[in-house]
Design a protein around this ligand. Structure first.
Ligand code: CDT
Length: 310
């Protein structure tokens, strides 16, 4: 048995004018609760330091950049790193990352994994950026991730940490089956995911009542079909007039939800996660080496599937 007690630390809404220090204080409270409940790893949401700013359009780059972090840790987040280290607890944290690469300014929707010693051991930049790049005033609110971020380019490779192989993903990534399979083929035993998901989806409002169903459907399928743990953590509740779903959860490799949030506010759920349970699925129905037929799935990784169709 290789057991890790994991905490999913859901956050309620963060107001537009709520300082990062306040969000960090809320996360420290959840972290302390998690440590008292035996957790060694705590998962926070996507963009956990601020309100979900892609809901507003602006052409003022300075206004946008103010939502980003240029250093991690920084003055606002250092107390979280220090408290986690003193408690011997690691964490996943989502934030907007502004960095300079080869002299170019880059903006990413990023998640980091911090070990129990307070060191960043993995940085993941969101690969699937949903929404749109231009102002669309007909929407009740904007979803401008395609304007404010550029996509990451990583392969969902896991890092060996906390006794298992752990991969990171962010929000919209969870809807894509490829990410779980790619991570699993690379050996991942657990995928950590933070999300901000509005109840209302302006292009297809007839699906609004299905948001919670789709949230669990994709993560449970990803867990089961790849025999791994999935931890999905929301920023939830009514944030600046926009309702965000909650239902943060911890999902076993069988696809079963083993812990589930019941509020739309700050809430911690925990579960003991045995990495060895991945074998229940991966040595059986989804034994990749025995049953998978990748030679018959070439279109899955083709840039232009129509060019390969025979
Ligand atoms: N943050 C994020 O990726 N949210 C999307 C909302 C739906 S697409 C506009 C999601 O997939 O949950």
């Amino acid at each position: 048995m290789r057991e890790l007690v994991v905490g999913a630390a859901q956050l309620g809404p963060i107001a537009r004018d709520e300082p990062r220090e306040s969000a960090v204080g809320r996360m420290i409270a959840l972290l302390e609760d998690a440590a008292a409940r035996g957790c060694r790893l705590v998962v926070f949401p996507e963009l956990a330091l601020t309100t979900f700013f892609p809901r507003w359009y602006t052409e003022d780059q300075a206004e946008i950049d103010a939502w980003f972090e240029t250093d991690m840790p920084n003055a606002a987040t250092r107390p979280l790193f220090e408290r986690a280290k003193s408690l011997g607890v690691g964490f996943y944290l989502g934030y907007a990352e502004l960095t300079i690469e080869d002299g170019r300014t880059r903006h990413y929707n990023t998640a980091i994994l911090v070990n129990a010693g307070g060191r960043i051991i993995k940085r993941y930049r969101k690969v699937h950026l949903p929404g749109h790049a231009e102002n669309e005033p007909w929407r009740a609110f904007q979803h401008l991730e395609k304007r404010y971020f550029e996509p990451g380019e990583s392969f969902f490779e896991p890092v060996n940490a906390f006794g298992g192989e752990i991969a990171l993903a962010i929000c919209n990534d969870r809807r894509w089956p490829e990410i779980y399979r790619e991570a699993a083929l690379r050996g991942a035993e657990m995928v950590l995911l933070g999300y901000n998901t509005p109840v209302h989806y302006p292009p297809a409002p007839e699906h609004d009542h299905l948001q919670g169903f789709h949230n669990h459907l994709v993560m449970q399928a990803g867990a089961y079909q790849n025999g791994m743990w999935v931890v999905g953590v929301a920023k939830a509740g009514r944030e600046e007039g926009c309702d965000l779903i909650g239902e943060s959860c911890i999902i076993a490799p069988t696809g079963e939800i083993v812990a589930l949030c019941s509020t739309l506010g700050d809430e911690l759920i925990t579960a003991p996660c045995d990495f060895d349970r991945c074998a229940e699925i991966r040595s059986n129905v989804f034994n990749f080496a025995l049953h998978r037929r990748p030679q018959l799935y070439p279109l899955l990784s083709a840039d232009d599937p129509s060019s390969l169709q025979g």
